[in-house]
Ligand binder design. Structure first.
Ligand code: ATP
Ligand code: MG
Length: 434
């Protein structure tokens, strides 16, 4: 068989394909032989098709050799497309020639294995149909987010991941030895994006962020993909408008572009299409009152925990913006509200149905004195932020931005149980291999 041209397996299911000859190549999903006939399910990136092989077409030695190919072994097949109501999708490929590319060793993954075993074998487990569907959707989601940002004339930037100071404060930063000096893995690209604002006005970064989160939750990874947007001349109202449009665009794109994957994962495309701005907005103060009346032990000034976040959207099919948090519980760079100095111009976007935080957003403080005051309260040495203060000294303009956890968004979209299901090689406190 000449290796010059192969057909995508999906071609076997086109209406006019019946009776035509196809050459396909891919991986064996499952195989058996029965009464001297081979029944193979062969997968490529476009789908899978049943392949049948008979002795009179292939010869006894080929049947024998192929019957020893293991699950996830690799094959090339030439054959004729035929209708067969018993085959998946109602079609099969009747083989005239089969070439074994790699017969494969016994595949170690099958059903009813422990989660730990599957995580140890993650490099192989990611071939499962659910993982395949998930990472296809993730690729479409990233493409859609980039498309939206391009439409909005927001420019992609490439900030560093190795840094000399930790932007969000100490305890959750991964520290490493940078040629004898302390280095930190980036927790956010925000400060760099702020520096890029004066020349570009509208910028974003799609880069990994690292958080040394010690608590094990189904919503935290130690490495995640962070979409961060920074907009000059932007106030909170405009910022929330931008976020809700982006969120709805991403939902619609996934609903329109990924029907087979959503079906595989049991998720309804219509529920994603039903996400419509404007999203409700609730101030932190109003949320505290509401939660207190529901019996939660909350008091003004304390950060809300995941149980409280959950209660706020439990009944709602739409996301919710929670706004105007107490200044003390939020990052030092958030803008103090003009009408209530105890609060900041910030919002978290909470996913529907009790999902919790997906986006953290704020206007940025432009007053150096306010920045210094917050750093002092947090016992952080302002010296390491000297370059950041320069930004407030040279063309200091109102600006705002947000960070979205891509795996958080995907976990909500696909209703996956755990955030590690949304990334091929999850990094958690207990695991950084494979
Ligand atoms: P949380 O309170 O849920 O830990 P955060 O307030 O620490 O979140 P931010 O610092 O505002 O989060 O980060 C912006 C976004 O990054 C969050 O809204 C979330 O979507 C995502 N994110 C934060 N930490 C993690 C993590 N450990 N794993 C995955 N995504 C994360
Ligand atoms: Mg956190």
């Amino acid at each position: 068989m000449s290796p010059t041209r192969f057909d995508p397996i999906a071609r076997a299911f086109q209406p006019e394909a019946v009776g035509s000859t196809l050459r396909v190549r891919g991986w064996l999903q499952k195989g058996r032989s029965s009464g001297g006939i081979l029944f193979l399910l062969v997968r490529d990136r476009t789908g899978s098709v049943q392949v049948t092989g008979k002795k009179d077409a292939l010869g006894e030695s080929v049947i024998e050799a192929v019957s020893h190919v293991q699950v996830e072994g690799a094959l090339e097949v030439e054959g004729t497309v035929a209708l067969d109501p018993r085959a998946p999708g109602g079609r099969e490929l009747r083989a005239r020639a089969i070439r074994i590319v790699d017969a494969g060793a016994p595949f170690p993954i099958f059903t009813e294995q422990t989660e730990e075993f599957l995580l140890d074998k993650r490099h192989l487990a990611i071939r499962s149909v659910d993982h395949v569907a998930t990472f296809r959707v993730k690729a479409q989601l990233l493409a859609a987010l980039r498309e939206f940002l391009a439409q909005e004339e927001v420019l992609e930037m490439t900030p560093p991941v190795l840094t000399g100071n930790s932007a969000e404060g100490g305890s959750e930063a991964f520290e490493f030895d940078y040629f004898g000096r302390p280095g930190y893995l980036s927790q956010t690209a925000q400060l760099y994006l702020e520096a890029l604002l004066a020349p570009h006005e509208r910028v974003y970064a799609l880069t990994p962020s690292f958080r040394a989160e010690k608590s094990r939750t189904p919503r935290h990874l130690t490495e995640y993909l962070h979409l961060e947007v920074e907009l000059a001349w932007c106030d909170l109202d405009e910022l929330l408008g931008f976020i809700e449009r982006m969120f709805a665009f991403a939902c619609r794109a996934v609903a329109d572009r990924c029907p087979p994957e959503l079906a595989q994962l049991g998720r309804s495309a219509d529920e994603l299409r039903a996400i419509r701005p404007p999203f409700a907005r609730l101030t932190y103060s109003a949320a505290v009152e509401r939660l207190a009346s529901q019996g939660f032990p909350v008091s003004w000034g304390k950060d809300l925990g995941s149980a409280e976040e959950r209660a706020l959207t439990l009944e709602s099919p739409q996301p919710l913006f929670l706004t105007h948090f107490p200044r003390e519980v939020k990052a030092f760079y958030m803008l103090q509200s003009a009408d209530d100095p105890r609060t900041v111009e910030a919002a978290d976007l909470l996913g529907p149905e009790g999902f919790g935080e997906i986006v953290g957003a704020s206007c940025r403080e432009t007053n150096i004195e306010h920045l210094l005051e917050r750093l002092r309260q947090m016992n952080v040495d302002p010296a390491s932020y000297e370059w950041y203060f320069d930004l407030r000294r040279h063309g200091n303009v109102p600006h705002a931005g947000f960070g979205l956890g891509v795996e958080r968004l995907l976990r909500w979209m696909l209703r996956r149980d755990h955030i590690r299901d949304t990334t091929p090689f999850p990094r958690t406190p207990s695991r950084h291999t494979p």
